[in-house]
Design a protein around this ligand. Structure first.
Ligand code: SF4
Length: 447
């Protein structure tokens, strides 16, 4: 458990010089206990105190890196129980298991399917992170060969799923440079697995029989000097995982209980594809940091990746696009001109429907700090003055042979204000972007 502010204060230099930010050592100690500052802000602290206080100033949930280079991922270091309190920082890593018992063609086919799980949504790429090679053969050489084959076929990070130290060592001989995740240390093998993880410098997942045993095991491993850990509480079903993951997050954050201060990992265990994805969605929401599934079906994985994107978007920083004029399709001077906000989802919805209308168009995007049409209007960020001003400075007058702009139907009320502030005629469009194709067909005269 972490130290209190007073306990920390006793180890500080007591110069009260204020160089660390707060005016006194006591105030600094209090902030340190609440994880609001870091120890390195005090230049006068002794090495002994540093060692003692390192634990107190460490993040409540350790940050763990899996992989190297461009595909490297980080999990953990979360500070909130609920996303709306601030944000969640490191999104859940999603992976798929591939058995080393598959024949070569089936093995490569599955790795290829995992590689292809890449989608684009609201201008961002969604993809999966991990190929987990499962040592079902029980044979060290077969396992190592499968790992080599996977490394040749994918840029994704690897997880080596074996409880056999000999198999783990053989696979790491081939793959340690890519810093795979080793799964798992158990009560029976942990001393050997910790030695291997230390030697090859890879993160190690720890799986106990239940939450309590997992905490005991992680404590024993920490005493051996290794803390690059993830936790699998060995839960028997999704409900139990939900309870255990919630306990882990609460105890780590609220009680600073160090044995559970690590990111978590779960494997789905449901052979019915939709149920499997629902289990995975549960773990993404509550508080799984790495989730490994069985089947890489695109239609099931896309909603899971969208869910992850939504959960891990900072609620105070909506995803935005640049506020400017966009040309959708091969525009000419008779094209319609639409307006929307710079909320990514609004932009991509309108853009997609303009494309679907088969009539190219200009889309004027107004900066509303990433808020949607109605939210921006209610907050006074999408009003008639602003739209008129943006229109005047857009250069659209030189691009089209008319002065007509189509506004979203939800903000029809802005029509008069826009027309008062510029010499453009306002056409009230459909309330939803999906209405654009039929609306434009009826209301726009094509040359
Ligand atoms: S910099 Fe160090 S000595 Fe100075 S007030 Fe802060 S904690 Fe105390």
């Amino acid at each position: 458990m972490g130290l209190t502010g007073l306990q920390i204060y006793k180890l500080l230099p007591k110069k009260n010089c204020g160089e660390c930010g707060p005016p006194t050592c006591l105030a600094f100690g209090m902030e340190l206990a609440q994880q609001k500052t870091t120890l390195d802000k005090c230049p006068y602290i002794s090495e002994e105190a540093k060692a003692e206080l390192g634990e107190a100033s460490a993040p409540p949930i350790r940050l763990i890196t899996i992989g190297t280079g461009e595909s490297e991922i980080q999990v953990g270091d979360e500070t909130e129980l609920f996303r709306h309190e601030k944000t969640f920082f490191h999104e859940t890593a999603i992976g798929f298991e591939v058995s080393d018992s598959l024949d070569q063609d089936a093995f490569l086919k599955k790795v290829k399917e995992i590689n292809e799980l890449t989608f684009e949504r609201i201008g961002l790429e969604l993809s999966v992170d991990i190929v987990a090679i499962k040592n079902e053969s029980g044979n060290a050489e077969t396992f190592a060969q499968a790992v080599s084959r996977a490394m040749d076929e994918t840029d994704k990070n690897l997880a080596l799923v074996t409880e056999d130290p000999e198999c783990a060592r053989a696979a790491l001989e081939k793959s340690a440079s890519s810093r795979p995740l080793l799964y798992a240390a158990t009560e029976d093998n942990y001393e050997e697995m910790v030695k291997i993880a230390q030697e090859y410098e890879v993160p190690l997942a720890v799986r106990g029989e239940n939450l309590e045993k997992t905490a005991e095991l992680s404590e024993k491993i920490a005493k051996l000097g290794y803390r690059e850990l993830l936790l699998d509480p060995g839960s028997s079903n999704p409900q139990q995982y939900l309870e255990d993951f919630t306990q882990i997050r609460r105890l780590a954050l609220r009680k600073k209980f160090r044995p559970l201060g690590y990111p978590t990992i779960a494997f789905t265990d449901n052979t019915e594809p939709y149920h499997e994805v629902m289990d995975a969605a549960l773990y993404v929401c509550k508080y799984g940091n790495v989730v490994i599934l069985k089947e890489p079906d695109p239609e099931e994985i896309y909603p899971l990746l969208v869910l992850r994107q939504n959960i891990y978007t900072d609620p105070q920083k909506p995803i935005q696009v640049e506020a400017k004029v966009y040309e959708i399709g091969e525009v000419d001077d008779n094209c319609p001109v639409y307006v929307t906000t710079n909320f990514s989802l609004a932009y991509f919805s309108v853009m997609g429907e303009i494309e679907a209308s088969r009539l190219p168009g200009y889309l004027l995007v107004v900066d509303t700090e990433g808020t949607s049409v109605l939210t921006a209007w209610a907050a006074g960020k999408f009003d008639g003055d602003k739209i008129a001003e943006k229109l005047k400075g857009s250069g659209l007058e030189d691009k089209v042979n008319h002065k007509k702009i189509i506004i979203p139907g939800h903000v029809a009320i802005l029509r008069a204000k826009i027309e008062d502030n510029c010499d453009w005629e306002v056409i009230v469009g459909p309330r939803e972007a999906t209405g654009i194709p039929s609306f434009i067909k009826k209301n726009w005269e094509q040359k």
